[in-house]
Design a protein around this ligand. Structure first.
Ligand code: ZN
Length: 426
């Protein structure tokens, strides 16, 4: 409608102009280089209008001819880009579905077409990861560390790669850099803490622990457990350096961090005892035995009565059993003391309790010993020994959560695989 109105208005103006010109005739004469041309004003005007139209058409033609190569290159570039992004997207899908060969092929294609590592980096990394090409993967992770947006993934990837290849120091360094970039990452905080504890880098470990607590990177219980581990490490180090008083302070701190952490209680009690503070040691051991009975605590308790007579020992062990009657460790220890004091009835009673709670091989063997020592009854003893072979359950032990190794004593680092803080009493 607007176009129609504009057309009518223009036509009206043109007609009015033509009429106006026709009403005012005039002559024009042009002389140039010996030429002479006579004409009227309307004709000259019409000629000029034609000239204008011709120029405009020529201009379009020239632009059309000279602009063609540019447009061709542009459309070709767009085509490559489109194919590149298609390869990228298909490649990511292949990587997600675990198709290493296809992901690798598409990654190379996308890389060639797009020629932009910032865009194709992730796919190439994924493809290298799937195909197990560690050399290529390392190179990619290193490139990723250079850009702010991908630096975290790069350092984390390098740490994982180093772990896989057993380069614990490099892993610690790379995990540390990744942790600085994203201190809230849970699995990273745990990994870095383990690596610091493994290396005995207590100050760094405590620093990570503080940051992890502030950022809620790990659950409270987990933080407490790891803090106790670090403090025990400090205590053991002080002890190795001959500084018993410092070692005791650290061990007590470790026990405060995690009151159920038996190795810390055991170490603190032992140090108290050596410094002549038997009552403090007893209080520590008893409280811990109440909450988390353990043979280490029994050993510490027994050590408190060094040089005492058999009957005194029975009394001492009775006190421990009273603290936690539900623990087979207490009953076995009391039965052993009763056996030594030739209190057969008491030995039997507590062995039977232990048998109900946890029928280990040791309990059956002690029962056999009672039969032998009290009545010289080899047949009854033999029956218990036989039952030990069929009815006993295995004794709990320090077991590595990483490699499954059973260690005779607690250690910060697994004696088999070296992993820190993985020994559990199971
Ligand atoms: Zn292990």
């Amino acid at each position: 409608m607007r176009r129609l109105l504009a057309f009518l208005a223009l036509t009206g103006l043109a007609v009015a102009g033509a009429v106006w010109l026709a009403d005012r005739p005039g002559e024009v004469t042009i002389r140039w280089q010996g030429w002479r041309m006579d004409t009227t004003v309307p004709v000259l005007l019409a000629f000029l209008a034609l000239l204008l139209v011709a120029f405009s058409m020529l201009n379009r033609l020239v632009r059309g001819v000279f602009g063609a190569p540019g447009r061709w290159f542009e459309s070709r570039r767009l085509g490559r880009e489109r194919k590149g992004y298609a390869a990228l997207s298909d490649g990511l899908a292949a990587a997600a579905s675990g198709d290493a060969a296809r992901a690798g092929k598409l990654a190379r294609r996308a890389d060639k077409l797009l020629n932009d590592p910032a865009v194709t980096g992730l796919l190439i990394t994924q493809a290298a990861r799937l195909s197990g090409d560690d050399g290529q993967l390392r190179q990619r992770y290193e490139v990723m560390t250079e850009r702010r947006e991908t630096a975290f993934l790069g350092h984390k990837g390098l740490a994982e790669l180093a772990l896989k290849q057993g380069e614990r120091e490099t892993a610690r360094d790379q995990a540390g850099q990744a942790f600085l970039l994203r201190p809230g990452a849970e699995d990273l905080a745990a990994l870095l803490l383990d690596l610091h504890v493994e290396a005995g880098a207590w100050a760094e470990a405590e620093q990570v622990l503080r940051t992890a607590r502030r950022r809620h990177a790990l659950p409270e219980a987990e933080l407490a457990r790891r803090r106790a581990l670090i403090l025990l490490g400090r205590a053991e180090e002080a002890l190795a350096a001959g500084d018993e008083s410092r070692a005791l302070d650290w061990a007590l701190d470790a026990r405060d961090a995690d009151p159920l952490f038996v190795p810390a209680v055991s170490l603190a009690a032992g140090l108290y005892r050596r410094r002549g503070k038997g009552r403090k040691a007893a209080a520590l051991l008893k409280a811990a035995f109440k909450a988390a009975p353990h043979p280490l605590l029994v050993t510490g308790w027994r050590a408190l009565g060094e040089g005492e007579g058999a009957l005194e020992r029975v009394k001492r062990m009775q006190e421990l059993v009273q603290a936690n009657p539900a623990s087979p460790d207490g009953h076995v220890a009391l039965a052993e003391a009763a056996l030594a004091a030739q209190l057969w009835g008491q030995a039997r009673t507590h062995l039977e309790k232990a048998l109900e709670q946890r029928p280990t091989r040791a309990v059956f063997q002690l029962l056999a010993q009672v039969e032998r020592d009290e009545r010289k009854d080899e047949a009854a003893a033999g029956a218990w020994t036989l039952r030990a072979a069929t009815d006993s359950v295995s004794e709990p032990s320090w077991t590595c959560g990483g490699c499954g190794h059973h260690a005779p004593d607690f250690a910060l680092r697994c004696p088999a695989c070296g992993a820190a803080g993985r020994l559990e009493w199971t």
